[in-house]
Design a protein around this ligand. Structure first.
Ligand SMILES: *Cc1c(COP(=O)(O)O)cnc(C)c1O
Length: 354
């Protein structure tokens, strides 16, 4: 990597987030970035096609149609919803608006690796608290002075869910700072904390259309919280980019939220394939963490994780592995189609026999 005297000190100090590869290889079975194997709802195509005529104008700065669809879907008022360009952008706004304080923001040591990247970019103090030996989050560990708390539920890359009762018990004690629950995977078996938003003024829930609604390429995510928290997000947003979600994305994302039947059908299919893959991996001797997501986190007691990932890659099956303490032996395998799963298991048998 080259550096340059033109760079700011901040730029030189950054360690950017590393996304999963998006290689262009024919016939690749891509199970490394938790994308949905199903295409978006056909209603999304229609809505985007119909919206093209409106492109000469700036989009609605508040993404009102989309936020109203979300509000109706989750049963909260419109002023409880904030939209952004993917939940990554929503998170960027949240860190600046709500998590930058004198006390550190608390997060698990093993979680979505974008959180510490944002802390460094925005100069936010943070502390990473270790997961338990079974890779679960114990929220009792977070009852210490803090400037905010953020965790993913279900967590990533472990896939493990935290019961809603644990989150509510925590919210009853942790009232002095904001608690952010990143629910990127909640539609695959977790319990959403959105039902607690109207009762806890310091709770913010974040979701995305990237995973459970097959729209990773459209970049739409949202936050749910009481108006003072949403207003904080609006203030930061309107100091940076007043039109975060583009006109086509608003149209497509709104249609995706409205098509509840398609959503139910595709997420149930993914959950069924996850059960199949979970059984198949266990039958091959893998230790599989309990997953409530569209991926599985698994390690084999006799096969090195790095060698398995490399072997699968040679068979044109891409999975993700993290070079981090405690989890470097694990493979994170996104749930693909049934056909993808056939190819994955054949490749795995070949690599393990070699
Ligand atoms: C995928 C993911 C995101 C980001 O999703 P986008 O909406 O595509 O930006 C956020 N948090 C977690 C935990 C994720 O896995």
């Amino acid at each position: 990597m080259s550096t340059s005297p033109y760079w700011s000190a901040l730029t030189a100090s950054l360690t950017p987030y590393v996304p999963g590869e998006q290689p262009r290889i024919d016939g690749l079975v891509k199970l490394n970035t938790n994308e949905n194997p199903f295409p978006p709802s056909p209603k999304v195509h229609e809505a985007i096609a119909a919206a093209v005529g409106g492109l000469a104008r700036y989009p609605d700065p508040n993404s009102t149609d989309f936020c109203q669809a979300v509000a109706d879907y989750v049963g909260l008022p419109l002023d409880h919803v904030f939209a952004g360009n993917g939940s990554d952008e929503v998170l960027a706004v949240v860190f600046q608006a709500l998590l930058k304080h004198e006390q550190p923001t608390l997060m698990p040591d093993i979680t979505y690796s974008f959180y510490p990247v944002y802390c460094r970019l925005f100069d936010i103090a943070y502390r990473a608290l270790p997961l338990k030996d079974d890779f679960s989050i114990d929220l009792n560990d977070y009852l210490v002075p803090n400037g905010g708390v953020i965790f993913a539920n279900p967590n990533a890359p472990t896939g493990c869910p935290l019961p809603l009762a644990d989150i509510e018990a925590f919210l009853q004690k942790q009232t002095d700072s904001v608690v952010v629950v990143d629910e990127a995977y909640v539609d695959f078996g977790g319990e959403s904390a959105s039902s607690l938003v109207s009762r806890y003024p310091n709770l913010l829930v974040i979701q995305t259309l990237s995973k459970s609604r097959s729209l990773a390429g459209l970049r739409v995510g949202f936050a749910l919280g009481q108006p003072p928290l949403i207003d904080a997000l609006q203030r930061v947003k309107n100091s940076f980019n007043s039109y975060p979600v583009d006109h086509l994305a608003i149209a497509g994302a709104t249609a995706a939220i409205h098509d509840v039947d398609y959503f139910e059908q595709t997420r149930q299919a993914i959950i069924a394939t996850r059960t199949r893959l979970d059984d198949a991996l266990k039958a091959r001797g893998f230790e599989v963490l309990p997953s409530a997501t569209n991926f599985i986190f698994a390690r084999h007691p006799k096969h090195d994780g790095k060698a398995l990932a490399a072997g699968l890659r040679a068979e044109k099956v891409l999975v993700r592995r993290f070079d981090a303490p405690r989890i470097d032996q694990f493979l994170r395998i996104s749930i693909g189609s049934e056909a993808d799963t056939d190819i994955l298991l054949q490749a795995l048998d070949k690599v393990m026999a070699a």
